[in-house]
Design a protein around this ligand. Structure first.
Ligand SMILES: Cc1cc2nc3c(=O)[nH]c(=O)nc-3n(C[C@H](O)[C@H](O)[C@H](O)COP(=O)(O)O)c2cc1C
Length: 233
């Protein structure tokens, strides 16, 4: 609140700490100039050799609504879309990653009040991905097929910038690999060339503060679990 009154800039650490994946948005629109501002500033992200391998299809207004309608219609034939063009997760997810994935999923469904047995309700929540969780802006992120792991990492850095800059505008986001299963439909609708692969989507808008699912604060492993400090040879 103090920040709003004084229009003080948001510290990076605050943007990082307040960014969470939001899975329920209000219908409040986001102006195109704000999306343009976020995307152009996000493009200051570093990339190996300055390749800038990100490519974004920004969907607003009717264009966003029409995509959501097309997916809803396509679901009658293919309820879960089609196999993505890349492995969203390793085919055999080992520990500790398997447990981490399980725990965040269970924490989310607990907030939604959907038990493990209710597969249909879980699927219906998952399908909300394909409505951008109600967000007024949807980004579809693609990458040239020839790009290698380094360039996928570059796109990740760009996306993190997008999500942090969104916080400066009072907006929230959710990165969405769930869109990878609609690559064919997206290719037709957005005229995405064959040379590009659909990596993910990203929902952008105002968080619905009344939605319990938005209270989820996912766990993180402690520093000692992922960092090795070497001070002596
Ligand atoms: C590239 C990427 C794709 C993701 N895809 C989805 C998705 O399809 N649906 C979803 O609900 N969350 C998705 N997430 C959100 C992750 O589940 C989330 O980042 C993770 O659980 C950590 O939680 P946090 O973002 O709230 O810190 C994705 C995140 C990333 C980085």
């Amino acid at each position: 609140m103090i920040q709003l009154l004084w229009n003080a800039p948001m510290h990076v650490a605050e943007a990082i700490a307040s960014r969470r994946s939001i899975r329920a948005f209000t219908a409040e629109p986001v102006a195109r100039r704000i999306v343009e501002d976020i995307l152009s500033r996000a493009a200051r992200a570093p990339s190996g050799g300055n390749l800038q391998p990100w490519r974004i299809y920004a969907l607003l207004g009717e264009a966003r609504d029409e995509l959501v309608r097309r997916v809803a219609e396509a679901r009658s034939q293919h309820p879960m879309g089609e196999p993505p063009e890349y492995h969203v997760y390793p085919p055999r997810l080992a520990e500790p990653w398997r447990t981490r994935r399980f725990r965040v999923g269970e924490a989310m469904y607990a907030l939604l009040g959907i038990p493990r047995e209710d597969k249909r309700a879980r699927l219906e929540h998952f399908a909300r991905n394909w409505e951008f969780f109600g967000a007024p802006v949807g980004l579809i992120v693609t990458i040239d097929r020839g790009m290698q792991p380094g360039q996928w990492a570059d796109v990740g850095m760009f996306l993190q910038n997008v999500m942090l800059l969104a916080r400066e505008h009072g907006l929230h986001s959710c990165a969405q690999e769930a869109w990878a299963v609609w690559h064919g439909l997206l290719r037709d609708y957005l005229s995405i060339p064959e040379s590009e692969m659909v990596f993910c989507g990203l929902a952008l808008g105002h968080a619905d503060d009344t939605a319990p699912v938005n209270t989820l604060v996912s766990e993180r492993a402690p520093l000692a679990d992922f960092a090795v400090f070497c001070e002596h040879p």
